[in-house]
Design a protein around this ligand. Structure first.
Ligand SMILES: Nc1ncnc2c1ncn2[C@@H]1O[C@H](COP(=O)(O)OP(=O)(O)O)[C@@H](O)[C@H]1O
Ligand SMILES: [Mg+2]
Length: 397
């Protein structure tokens, strides 16, 4: 594969998802549209120079951006004006008219790069615990967990991923060791070991940590049955860890729990530990079929075990703009869940599916690909919605 990136960090960002220049490339794309750097270098650099406001992080700007004259003088307020300016520029790009799907995709990516680079992202006022769930397998739970987590961490938040699937796919994608001898979430659930003793740092993304899953976890479902307080074991461990970090002055902003595709005791533990459910929905024909069952189960957990639990976020994944079916599924989901469904959706992308085999998220594997940009966009939206919902007036859970 001639375009594959290497593990060498210096070469990781060389490859572009669909082959067009990203920031730092020529001024126009091959299709003749203004490249992002013709309009955004100055603004992106200015935004990165400005100090983030307290309680916010900032997405990195591509290192290829040149220094803009006067960028040093910008203030945090200037950075906010800058966001608006960038949004205006992005809005001026050609829209989805009668161009080809590829042309639309290129314009879309350019728009995302302009609006996202250097953007400040709010950190939540308290730890948000989200369970990423869907009883269907292969819908993008793990992919969504690791990429949204990496995007939030890149935006300056402190993020913990808990891999609760015995397959350990999230651990793999984050480059975390998880062979049989590694202390893992199994030890937390079954042995009552504190999370602090098993947590590992993600090698590629500062601020991102992970509790790995090993093959032991496959037996946990059965072993948990005979244990006391079997449904609340993860919740207790997470609360203790979050409180401990908070006391140490290192608040965890997000905990994302990657669930297995079933409603066994592992998933029940995840639902009890979280207050938010984050559902990735694959834009395919059967997508909505399992959903009503999932919602019923969430309702059951809510009435018996965790009254705070609610579906806060839905993300449409594997969206294929060329098919009518994807559009129909998306339309239907948005109609049923207008408040929960993120505006951002994630396209089907080879880069997204390649990244885990390199032990990476798509955010580090190919940061300029449409998949990475979509996950960044989704993460920004998730953070902004959370900040709006968690205003001090909101009743604390
Ligand atoms: N947007 C996407 N584009 C292409 N492939 C994807 C995308 N999202 C997920 N995949 C691939 O689909 C498969 C299932 O995704 P995964 O996240 O493991 O689902 P789940 O955790 O729900 O079982 C994986 O091989 C993954 O790489
Ligand atoms: Mg999975």
């Amino acid at each position: 594969m001639s375009t594959a990136t290497t593990q060498d960090p210096e070469h990781r960002t060389v490859v572009r998802g669909i082959g067009f220049p990203a920031l730092g490339g020529p001024a126009t794309t091959p299709l003749g549209w203004p490249g992002p750097d013709t309009v955004s270098r100055e603004t992106a650099q200015a935004a990165s120079e400005a100090e983030p406001a307290p309680g916010t992080g900032r997405l990195p700007t591509p290192s290829t951006a040149q220094t803009a004259p006067g960028a040093e003088d910008r203030t945090p307020d200037g950075a906010q004006d800058d966001t608006e300016e960038r949004e205006q520029i992005a809005a001026a790009l050609p829209g989805a008219g009668d161009e080809t799907p590829l042309a639309q995709a290129v314009a879309d990516d350019a728009r995302k790069r302009i609006t996202l680079s250097g953007r400040s992202v709010p950190r939540p006022s308290r730890t948000r615990v989200l369970t990423v769930a869907n009883q269907k397998g292969g819908v993008g739970k793990t992919t969504t967990t690791v990429n949204v987590a990496a995007a939030l961490a890149q935006a300056g938040s402190s993020v913990l991923v808990i891999d609760l699937d015995p397959q350990g796919n999230a651990s793999t994608a984050l480059g975390i060791e998880h062979h049989a001898e590694v202390p893992s979430v199994y030890d937390v659930l079954v042995e009552g070991r504190p999370i602090a003793e098993v947590v590992q740092e993600c090698p590629d993304v500062p601020g991102l940590t992970c509790v790995p899953a090993t093959i032991d976890l496959a037996g946990a479902e059965i072993e948990l049955v005979s244990l006391v307080a079997r449904e609340t074991r993860l919740q207790k461990a997470v609360s203790a860890f979050v409180a401990e970090r908070e006391d140490a002055g290192e608040r965890v902003d997000y905990v994302l729990i990657d669930c297995p595709p079933s409603l066994g005791l592992l998933t029940v533990n995840a639902f009890v530990a979280a207050s938010e459910v984050f559902i990735p929905i694959q834009c395919e024909y059967y997508a909505l079929e399992g959903l009503s069952q999932l919602l019923k189960n969430i309702e059951l957990i809510r009435s018996h075990l965790n009254p705070r639990l609610h579906v806060s976020t839905i993300l449409l994944t594997m969206y294929d703009g060329r098919t009518r079916l994807s559009a129909q599924v998306a339309e239907e989901v948005r109609e049923h869940f207008p408040d929960q469904t993120l505006r951002a959706s994630v396209p089907r992308s080879v880069r997204i599916s390649e990244a885990p085999s390199h032990g990476q998220t798509v955010l580090t594997y190919d940061p300029n690909s449409s998949g990475a940009l979509s996950y960044l966009e989704a993460a920004v939206e998730l953070a902004e919605r959370g900040a709006a919902a968690h205003q001090p007036t909101q009743e604390s859970a």
